[in-house]
Design a protein around this ligand. Structure first.
Ligand SMILES: Nc1ncnc2c1ncn2[C@@H]1O[C@H](COP(=O)(O)OP(=O)(O)OP(=O)(O)O)[C@@H](O)[C@H]1O
Length: 270
């Protein structure tokens, strides 16, 4: 469990970024973090990672205050995939890169090799074990960062806008990998501007607005009950808008679900 208790933060210039934020992230959740550009999403995750410290309030891990724990201490239980994952890579092969964390944890050579092999297999990177990380494409680099977290046996992965600028095939591959990890118990927190990701993959969405938490609930509640989506920098996904427009239609998380439901209805009416 990761928790923010009444957290306030600014970058030292006096301009408030976050004010009195309370958030609880339970084990095994798949949470989307949204809001307008510049509302403070990345700042929330940097505070979780220990890259910034709250001005006031507490950050807790499993009930213990971790305000003073630095990022390396928190990397034992939180993995982070930056917007530009190449910035977090500095070794000359993918397998060495993924081995770095386990080595820092003091795992033996055999344990490290096993953890790396397992992490590369889970992320579909085994064939790229000897590749030079800067030569990989963005999707592959993200998977290296995810593999690094898996190899360290972290319980949580945070991703900052991982699908921006990706084609739909890469996006689907990444989201399916995250769904798979989540089913194995990994907590996922994903910053995104992509409403389809919130609707289709997240169990819960947290929205930051006006320097604080403006929404915390299911994607269905967010997209069907909030009148202020535009003000929050969000929009209703097409699948939800269409399912709301058809009388008696159930809530549809994706266009695939909407299409299947429409076909089922047409078939049923024949
Ligand atoms: N190092 C910094 N020094 C001063 N202000 C900063 C710094 N980093 C971010 N900010 C400001 O803090 C606010 C929140 O930034 P943050 O990057 O957390 O927002 P965000 O919601 O992630 O934005 P985006 O959606 O554009 O990525 C913004 O107004 C930003 O300009």
């Amino acid at each position: 469990m990761l928790e923010f208790k009444d957290v306030c933060f600014n970058y030292g210039n006096g301009v408030p970024v976050l004010e009195h934020i309370n958030i609880r992230i339970g084990p095994g959740e798949f949470i989307g973090l949204g809001g307008r550009n510049g509302c403070g999403k990345t700042t929330v995750t940097r505070l979780l990672m220990g890259l910034e410290k709250p001005v006031s309030g507490e950050i807790l891990h499993d009930g213990k205050v971790i305000n003073d724990d630095d990022a390396s201490a928190r990397s034992h239980y939180i993995g982070y995939v930056f917007q530009r994952p190449e910035r977090q890579m500095f070794r000359s092969t993918v397998e060495d890169e993924v081995a770095y964390g386990p080595q820092q944890l003091g795992m033996s050579r055999d344990e490290t090799a096993a953890a790396v092999a397992e992490a590369l297999a889970m992320t579909g990177l085994s064939h790229l074990a000897k590749a030079y990380p800067p030569n990989l494409n963005r999707g592959e680099k993200q998977r290296v960062a995810i593999a690094s977290a898996i190899a360290m046996h972290t319980s949580c992965i945070i991703l900052d806008e991982p699908t921006s600028g990706q084609d739909s095939a890469d996006k689907k591959m990444l989201m399916e990998l995250l769904t798979d990890l989540n089913k194995k118990g990994m907590t996922i927190l994903i910053i995104s501007h992509d409403m389809d990701i919130f609707a289709q993959y997240c169990q819960r969405v947290i929205v930051i607005g006006n320097h604080t938490k403006a929404f915390d609930g299911t994607p269905q509640e967010l997209f069907t009950q909030r009148e202020d989506l535009y003000d929050l920098g969000l929009s209703r996904p097409e699948s939800v808008a269409l399912s709301m427009a058809v009388p008696g239609m159930k809530y549809c998380r994706s266009m695939k679900e909407f299409t299947e439901e429409m076909l089922r209805r047409i078939g049923g009416n024949r």
